[in-house]
Design a protein around this ligand. Sequence first.
Ligand code: UDP
Length: 378
Amino acid sequence: MAIYYDYLIVGSGLFGSAYAYLATKKAGKKCLVIDKRPHPGGNLYCENIDGINVHKYGAHIFHTSEKKVWDFVNNIVPFNRFTNRPIAITDDGKIYNLPFNMNTFYQLWGVARPEEALSIIEEQRKDAKNLLLKSGIDEPRNLEEQALLLVGKDIYETLIKEYTEKQWGRSCVKLPPFIIKRLPVRFTFDNNYFNDKYQGIPIGGYNRLISGLLDGSDVKVDCNFFDNRNYWEKIAKNIVFTGKIDEFYEYKFGKLEYRTLRFETEILNHPNYQGNAVVNYSSLKKPFTRIIEHKHFEFFGNEIYDISKTVISREYPSEYKEGLEPFYPINDEKNEMLYQKYKLLADQEEKVIFGGRLAEYKYYDMAPLISKVLSLFS
Ligand code: UDP
C-alpha cells in the first residue's frame, strides 16, 4: 500500500486539529484526521439548539496570557469578550462569588477591607501550617493540606471540600495538591475566575474554530483507529495520537483511571434560568457539581432576552468505565506510576507523537495545548 499522508492524526480535538492546521498550513504536509465520534472537535464540539451553542462536553472558556496563542486562535475565528464569573451555591441557599476574592470574604465573614480578610486567612493558614509542622511535614501532601494552607479552614469547608469530593469521587486527602493550586485567591473585588490577560469564546461557537483548524486536511468521522489499526498505521509516515495512551499499548501494564462527566441537558421555555453561565453547587447533597446555562457564553446584557428559550446542563461527575468518555486523568500516585511506564514506551517511538489530555495523561486547559503545538512547529 502506498503511503499517502505525511500525518495520520488520531482524534480531532484541540491538539489534533491545531496540529493538523500547522502541519498543513505552515509545514506544507498532507494530513488525515480521523475521529471515532460522529463529529470533529472532540470535547469542544457544540450543538446548536434554538440558536444557542450548547457545549455538549462541558463548558469551555478559552483563556491565556500568551499573546501568540490568543493571536493564533483569533486569526482562525475572532473571539468575544466573555468573562467567566462563576458563583457557588451552598446547601443553605447562600451565594458566594468565585474565585476566592473580597466579595467571597465579605459574604463569608462580613469583612469589607482587604486587610481584615487577609488577617482572617493568615490566621487560618498559620493554624494549618502549625498542624503540619507538628507532624514534621513542610510540604502539602494532598489537596486538603494544600487547600488549608492556601485559603484556611472556613473556605475549605464551605466551598472546596464537598465540591471536590463530589467532582473526583475521592476524599480530599487522597487527591494531589496541584488540582486546587489553579484556583486564584485575591484581595480585590474581582470576580473574574481567571488571572489571564485574554479570555473569550469564539464568535459563532467552537465548531468554527475547529473547522478553521481542519481546513486543508482530510477528515473522517465515525472512524475508530483501533477497529483497523494495521491499515491506519500504514497509511501515513507519522502518527499523531491524541487518544488514551494505555489503549494505544493495549493496556499491557494495566488501565489508567479517569473521571467522567454525564450531562443532563434541558431546554426551558424561559429566557433566563440562573442569570449566569456557571453556577457551582458546593454541597454533596446535590448530586451534580454545576449547572451551565449556555446562552450566557455568547449573549450579554439584554441580548439574552432575544431568544425566549434557554438551554441548561447539569454536570454529574462519575467514575469512568469502558464505553464512557474519559474526561479527567486522575493524577494520583498510583496512576502516575502507571503512566510513567507507558510514557517510557511512548518516548521510544520514532513515528508517533503523543499529545493532549488523554495521550499525555495530564490535565490541560485549551491554551497550553495550543502553546505546546505552536512550540512543536517553531
Ligand atoms: N473547586 C472547588 N470548588 C468550586 C470550584 C472548584 O473546590 O466551587 C476545586 C475542585 O477541586 C476542582 C478544582 O477546583 O476540581 C478545579 O475546578 P475548575 O472548575 O476550575 O476546573 P474544571 O473542573 O472546570 O476543569
